[in-house]
Write a protein that binds this ligand. Structure first.
Ligand SMILES: [Zn+2]
Length: 95
């Protein structure tokens, strides 16, 4: 019985057959902040207004996508081997 398909090649994955799961999380990374006394005393109202202005036309989904995206894919054995051999293929943009 087919319960899943390979998300990479579309091959049916029979129930009980060997399959792989690729979980990918892409999230905004921040370097540790060094907060000084002057930072704490400064008025941040203008900074907050600027950020709110930048966000005013974005949906909640857009904002979340900029911070954290989570993927999960089922893979057949052939696609698992291909994926781990080249998990980050070079971008085609600009070619
Ligand atoms: Zn596959």
């Amino acid at each position: 019985m087919v319960t899943r398909i390979c998300d990479r090649c579309g091959q049916p994955l029979e129930e009980g057959a060997l399959r792989y799961v690729a979980k990918i999380q892409v999230f905004a990374a921040y370097d540790p902040l060094e907060i000084t006394f002057e930072d704490l005393m400064r008025d941040h109202s203008d900074d907050i207004k600027k950020i709110l202005e930048q966000c005013k036309d974005l949906t909640e989904e857009d904002l979340m996508r900029d911070v954290f995206v989570d993927f999960q894919f089922d893979l057949c054995h052939a696609c698992q081997r291909a994926y781990i051999a080249d998990p980050l293929p070079a971008s085609q943009e600009g070619n």
